[in-house]
Design a protein around this ligand. Sequence first.
Ligand SMILES: NC(=O)c1ccc[n+]([C@@H]2O[C@H](COP(=O)([O-])OP(=O)(O)OC[C@H]3O[C@@H](n4cnc5c(N)ncnc54)[C@H](OP(=O)(O)O)[C@@H]3O)[C@@H](O)[C@H]2O)c1
Length: 238
Amino acid sequence: MGREAIVTGATSGIGLEISMMLLDKGYRVFGIGRNFSRAKIEHRAFIPIAYDLSDAGEVIKAARRIRTLRQEPVFLLINNAGIGAFGPHEAIDLERIHELVAVNLEAPMLLTRLFMADLKRSKGFIINMASVTALKPSPMGSAYSATKAGLLHFSRSLFEEIRKSGVRVVTICPDMTRTGLFRDSNIDVADEPSTYLTPRYVANAVRTVIEQPEGSVMTEIVLRPQRHMITRRKGGKG
Ligand SMILES: NC(=O)c1ccc[n+]([C@@H]2O[C@H](COP(=O)([O-])OP(=O)(O)OC[C@H]3O[C@@H](n4cnc5c(N)ncnc54)[C@H](OP(=O)(O)O)[C@@H]3O)[C@@H](O)[C@H]2O)c1
C-alpha cells in the first residue's frame, strides 16, 4: 500500500503535475479543488475531494472526508492551491482580497493544524507553495505577495517549532510558471521558453525534496527561469 498524500489545487497547473508525479511514485493522493472536470487524472489511487478552500467550514469538511478515507496517517501535506490578484491594489475587488487570504494563507494554516497529529505520526512533510514574490517587494501584487510572505514565515516558524518531532516543513518559491494563474489578469508568461518555469519543473523540485534521506531537510527552494520577461495584455482584472 502506498503512502498517503494531500495535494490542494490538484485540478490544474502545478498541483495537477505534482499529483501525477506522486501517483507515479506509488502514493495514494487526495486531491483538493473545486472543478475536477478539467483534471485529466484517471487513476485508482487518485481521490478527488471537491471543496472550496476559501470557506473555513469547507476546509474542515474536506479534512473530515479525508480522515474517513485515509488508510494510514497522511505522510505528505502539499498546500499548493492558490489564486492571484495582480494590478493596482485600489483596483482589486474587496471580495478577492478576502479570497486571497483565505485560499493562499488561511487554508494552509487550517489544514496543517488539522493534519498535524497525522504528520507527527508519519514523520512526514508539509510542503507549502509560496512564490518568489514572498522574498521581495512586489508592486502590482501587494496583497498576493503578502499572502506568500506570510506562508513563508509560517513555514519557517513552524519548522523550528516542530522539527524535533521529525516533521519536515518545506517552502517552495517558484517564479513565473506557465499555468492558468494569470487567466484574469493583464500579465502572463512570455512566449520564450527560457523566461518561464513549467509545472513539471516545480513538481520535480517537490520530488527532490521528498527523496532526501530522513534526518535532513531542504527547507526552502527558490526556482527561477534563466531569463526574465513577462507579457502584458489589455483587459483582464489587473
Ligand atoms: N503560476 C505561477 O507563476 C506561480 C508562481 C509562484 C507560485 N505559484 C503558486 O503555485 C500554486 C499553484 O498555482 P498554479 O500556478 O498551478 O495555478 P492554477 O493552474 O490556477 O492552479 C490553482 C489551483 O488552486 C485551486 N484553487 C483555487 N481556488 C480554490 C478554492 N477556493 N478552493 C479549492 N481550490 C482552489 C484550483 O482549483 P479549482 O479552480 O478547481 O478550485 C487549482 O487547482 C499557487 O499557490 C500559486 O500562487 C504560481
